[in-house]
Ligand binder design. Structure first.
Ligand code: NDP
Length: 266
């Protein structure tokens, strides 16, 4: 019997995770089954426990259950504890191990696939929701010259200072007169076809603009392109965070480049 894994979310129909993990399993010769499971909005904890009792070995967790998964875990990695959000669960006997691979996936995509070294760079992170929280610690570990986090609701950005030493926080108005080498959009503004209010001068020469969204060109991507900036979407992050979860579960690191290329072509 192959080991079983799943991704839980609501909605979950469009999740690419089953296809990504199937590609990893084929490539590495691992005998696993990975399926998408819809959990009711008030039913994630029960669904995850049922899956574990049925013999499930691990699960990925996506919107809107990452905070609930954080509370469900009996042991947390340091990065998940900092993020207060979990996207990877491992079921081991009575223990539920919680990790968060989003930030590692982002940093790996930026470094290995986009060949952009964040060390010593000025980084701007837009957003203060789950996605932003998940990537702050791994970005700090990459030793940027500065990491500034801005949010539409400014207060939510300021609250992050209690969790992460060394970040600057503010609102979009505070960006006047500042330039950044890497600008990351961790807001959901693209979903409503909106552009966060960025000043025209925000990008340094040679800057990289990274949008965590994928599958469509967002107003942020267009804005960055119009300002002559290199632009990346979040597909690489999606595949890299999955590879990190696969590694946690299976102890084998799949090659991500062919999988990213396959999804880009599709
Ligand atoms: P949340 O709902 O937790 O947070 C949304 C954030 O976006 C908040 O900071 C919110 O600000 C901000 N926001 C929403 N609309 C606007 C707007 N029009 N202008 C400025 N700011 C806005 O979402 P998540 O953090 O979970 O997800 C954010 C995005 O990241 C999603 O699009 C998701 O698809 C993507 N993502 C991609 C991943 C990948 O692997 N590529 C992994 C995880 C997430 P406020 O607080 O003021 O409401």
């Amino acid at each position: 019997m192959p080991d079983r894994y799943a991704v839980f979310g609501n909605p979950i129909g469009h999740s690419k995770s089953p296809l990504i993990h199937a590609a990893f399993a084929r490539q590495t010769g691992q005998d696993i089954v990975y399926e998408a499971r819809l959990a009711a909005l008030d039913g994630f904890t029960q669904a995850a426990i049922t899956f574990a009792v049925e013999g499930g070995r691990g699960a990925n967790v996506t919107v809107p259950f990452k905070e609930e998964a954080f509370r469900l875990a009996t042991q947390l990695s340091e990065r998940a504890a900092k993020a207060e959000a979990v996207n990877t669960l491992t079921f081991k006997g009575d223990e539920i191990l919680g990790d968060n691979t989003d930030g590692a996936g982002l940093v790996r995509d930026i470094r290995d696939n986009l060949h952009f070294e964040p060390a010593g760079k000025r980084i701007l992170l837009m957003g203060a929701g789950g996605a932003a929280r998940g990537v702050i610690q791994p970005l700090l570990e990459a030793k940027p010259a500065a990491l500034m986090v801005v949010n539409r609701t400014e207060e939510k950005a300021h609250l992050l200072r209690d969790f992460f030493n060394g970040i600057k926080t503010g609102g979009y108005a505070d960006l006047q007169g500042r330039q950044f080498d890497l600008v990351i959009n961790a807001t959901s503004s693209g979903l409503s076809d909106q552009l966060p209010p960025l000043p025209d001068t925000v990008f340094s020469d040679g800057a990289l603009a990274y949008d965590m969204m994928y599958g469509r060109e967002t107003p942020f991507m267009r804005f960055a392109r119009e300002h002559g900036t290199t632009v990346a979407d979040g597909l690489g992050m999606l595949v890299e965070q999955a590879a990190e979860a696969f590694f946690i579960w299976r102890g084998v690191r799949p090659q991500t480049a062919p999988v990213i290329a396959q999804f880009r072509a599709a």
